[in-house]
Design a protein around this ligand. Structure first.
Ligand code: C5P
Length: 237
């Protein structure tokens, strides 16, 4: 199913799909990293869980009219996607304050924002993915003003749909990060993954953290909480 390895990231490997021009195989790894690679570990089963969780979420978003790179889940740890040129922006949406914004702006954790807050980070490991503004985004990526506007509209729609998906499984979507890619046609679509690696997910009642923060903060068992997310998604479908 797969041919040449094109790229290896911290959580996934990207292969050219065999005999399928314009398509890629994403292979999810068991590795977990935090603080831009300073903290590293490997968890047996993590690749399978994130592949399954992300595949389910991308399918649900597709059903709601969100255009994505996702085609199908191929194996426990692999999925087939349309090839895109990744736009080097990490687009974060925050509904509730947590993580970097609490330190950067002194906002107390758990503060709910009146409106979802969109932030742009420049996807660059060497620079530690710095926060940037729209003007920087035009210089650093080849998006036009109209396309950046389109990306912001898309990410707010994705936020609305994700909030519903997670509310249905009794989870508050605190924040998340997504990436967009450009198809050969020029269209910009949702790419990369949506999983407990890339979202903050809190149980609505107990506020228990069911995401990668348990690894970042060393407060819980990563596999147990990722399994809990998958179990709740499975129960709903
Ligand atoms: O660290 P920060 O609070 O800015 O993260 C915001 C959201 O983006 C979190 O859900 C985090 O998991 C996600 N994120 C990510 N990849 C990064 C940085 C943040 O998925 N490189």
């Amino acid at each position: 199913m797969k041919e040449a390895l094109l790229y290896e990231g911290k959580a996934k490997k990207v292969y050219q799909a065999k005999d399928r021009t314009g398509k890629l195989v994403l292979a999810y790894k068991n590795d977990a990293t935090a603080f831009n690679g300073e903290k590293k570990s490997s968890f047996s089963g993590k690749g399978r869980l994130n592949n399954e969780i992300s595949s389910r979420i991308f399918s649900l978003l597709h059903d709601k009219g969100v255009e994505t790179h996702f085609i199908e889940r191929l194996t426990e740890t692999e999925q087939l996607v349309h090839q895109t040129e990744i736009i080097p922006l990490e687009v974060v949406v925050r509904n509730v304050a947590a993580g970097s914004i609490t330190k950067r702006l002194g906002i107390e954790e758990k503060t709910t924002f009146a409106r979802p807050l969109v932030e742009l980070f420049y996807k660059n490991d060497e620079l530690n993915d710095p926060l940037i503004n729209d003007e920087h985004a035009f210089i650093l990526s080849d998006v036009t003003r109209t396309e950046l506007q389109e990306i912001k509209e898309k990410v707010l729609k994705i936020n609305e749909e994700l909030r519903k998906i997670f509310r249905d499984i009794h989870i508050t979507l605190v924040d998340f990060k997504v990436e967009f890619g450009r198809l050969a046609s020029g269209c910009i679509v949702l790419a990369d993954e949506i999983s407990p690696d890339t979202c903050r997910l809190w149980d609505i009642t107990t506020q228990e953290k069911l995401d990668k923060d348990v690894f970042r903060q060393g407060t819980g068992d990563l596999i147990e909480v990722y399994e809990e997310i998958l179990r709740r998604l499975e129960d709903k479908q």
